[in-house]
Ligand binder design. Structure first.
Ligand code: FAD
Length: 496
């Protein structure tokens, strides 16, 4: 079983050319996930000349590995935390703007007839075993204060101890949506390029955006790369996390369409169904941890599978995958011109709510570029300073980064190549430098520098995904050192 999401079952991926010729556009968009493709749609509709530069294929970032749920509420620390850190007005702005983003997705789907299984469904938060009951109560109060359509019923199969639902939220197949939209917007004035990794962005009156083989110049740049590439102030306020998913065939009880957040000790597991050609599939997502800080991560899949078997009558596990998210320090994403820039927009800190936030980011940024006053711009300003609201998470994430940096520079995993077993990755000191050593299934060693080129932390081996992951800001690399995701622009250095 590879690391493919359930959404790959029914979708034909896009096939756009790589950038090969230089030209000028109004807006260069780096990244072809939901944020980049929606921004391209809105900007080209407003008459701007746009180029999307995607390192791999459209939708192959977190968008195509998400749960496909669309809701006005938020996950993580929850809606009540926004009210606590700011006030009820801020909470209402977040909920209102997220509702508008879900509505825009529905409107785009209808207008362009995109076949992506969109349907309206309730979102439910509840506890079965009585875990995190206080959290459920706080969220219910916050949802009511935010003006959401709250009801007390939860249409789940297991008996619910306490919970509530918010009506009229939505679900879709996120990969089909983003691929469908990309195929419809591609034109002479809205060009999409795949296999076109951006390796350099230079701000100026005219911005320079270079790929490995060519470049575009642009009046504005949007970093729609989930976390901005390179060194940005915002990285100090983001917590990069990995999360896991398991999907299995559903034998017995019918679980109706809906977004089910089943509270565990400290976080929720997200449960939903999907009608595949072979029948109904139920999936669960959760078991989050900081990137690069859980080597024995296969256990995350085992826990999720055990949960599915406990709650439902399931058959075979048909898919399992994992994906990345970036948590903001003060619970609100960062959308707009970044600190120190004038023409580069960023859109990050969506946590696991970014199908909606990514769409909202595209709405806000395209309005800012076309000169429209967007009423939610100020809620999400990327260059904001919120020392009190950010302090606890800011301190937690940065102490953690400093700890990882120092700890890893002092230690090595092994002293000899023979200590690296098949499918393992270990850190080894070779002639005074830190090296990342992996032994593949055929016994061959792959050796690259262990120093993350982003900010100099030491990478850790990720057993489940066979990758090198940086515990500081979430950059991930293949066993050969190529960039998979995260803020790093350059690969891990090759070793002769
Ligand atoms: C397990 C999990 C489940 C989730 N479920 C949900 C959900 O149900 N609902 C919800 O709202 N949110 C969910 N999210 C969050 C959501 O998936 C993300 O926030 C959202 O997909 C982000 O979209 P994006 O377009 O900003 O980034 P991405 O989809 O990651 O797209 C970024 C793109 O940039 C490209 N790129 C990166 N570097 C470069 C470069 N140098 N040059 C060119 N291109 C580059 C990447 O290849 C990628 O395609 C979930 C997240 C996780 C981890």
């Amino acid at each position: 079983m590879g690391n493919l999401s359930v959404w790959h079952e029914e979708v034909e991926l896009t096939s756009f050319p790589a950038l090969s010729k230089e030209f000028h556009v109004d807006v260069a968009i780096v990244g072809g996930g939901i944020t980049g493709i929606t921004a391209a749609y809105l900007l080209s509709k407003a008459g701007k000349k746009v180029a999307v530069l995607e390192a791999r294929k459209v939708g192959e970032g977190s968008t195509g590995f998400s749960t496909g749920n669309l809701y006005a509420t938020i996950g993580g620390e929850g809606m009540h935390k926004i009210a606590q850190k700011f006030d009820d007005q801020k909470l209402r702005e977040v909920v209102e703007s997220r509702t508008a983003a879900v509505d825009l997705i529905e409107q785009i789907i209808k207008e362009h007839n995109i076949d992506c299984d969109f349907k309206r469904a309730p979102w439910s938060l509840f506890t079965v075993e009585g875990k995190s009951q206080k959290f459920v109560e706080q969220e219910r109060d916050a949802a009511i204060r935010a003006g959401l359509p709250v009801v007390s019923s939860v249409p789940y199969t297991a008996e619910v101890k306490d919970g509530f639902s918010v009506l009229n939220q939505a679900q879709f197949n996120p990969l089909k949506y983003v691929v469908g939209l990309a195929n419809r917007i591609q034109s002479d004035t809205c060009r999409i390029f795949e296999n076109s990794r951006v390796v350099k962005v230079e701000e100026g009156e005219i911005c320079n955006v270079e790929t490995e083989h060519s470049r575009v110049t642009a009046d504005h740049v949007i970093m729609a790369t989930h976390t901005p590439k390179g060194i940005y102030m915002v990285h100090t306020t983001l917590g990069p996390y990995r999360e896991y998913a398991v999907a299995a065939t559903l034998n017995g009880d019918e679980l109706s369409s809906g977004i089910y957040w089943d509270m565990q000790e400290t976080e929720h597991y997200s449960v939903r169904t999907f009608d595949s050609e072979e029948g109904k599939i139920v999936m669960v997502l959760g078991e989050m941890h900081k990137v690069g800080q859980k080597e024995e991560n296969l256990e995350c899949f085992h826990k999720l599978e055990a949960f599915l078997r406990k709650r439902f009558d399931v058959g075979e596990v048909v898919y399992r995958w994992s994906a990345q998210q970036y948590k903001p320090a003060d619970t609100i994403p960062y959308i707009g011109i970044s600190t120190g820039d004038r023409r580069t927009f960023i859109a990050t800190g969506f946590a696991a709510d970014g199908l909606t936030y990514g769409t909202l980011a595209a709405m806000i940024i395209s309005d800012e570029i076309t000169g429209w006053q967007n009423k939610w711009s100020h809620t999400y300003t990327a260059s904001r300073l919120t020392p009190i609201a950010s302090a606890p998470n800011f301190a937690k994430e940065n102490i953690n980064v400093a700890f990882e940096l120092v700890k890893d520079w002092l230690a090595n995993d092994v002293e000899k190549f023979s200590e690296v077993r098949t499918y393992e990755g270990k850190i080894m000191d070779i002639e005074g430098s830190k090296h990342a050593v992996h032994r593949d299934g055929e016994g061959k060693l792959h050796i690259v520098s262990a120093v993350c080129p982003h900010m100099g932390c030491i990478v850790h081996w990720n057993t489940a995904e066979q990758s090198w992951d940086c515990p500081c800001h979430g950059s991930r690399f293949s066993k050969e050192g190529e960039v998979l995701e995260g803020p790093a622009i350059n690969p891990l250095k090759k070793v002769e």
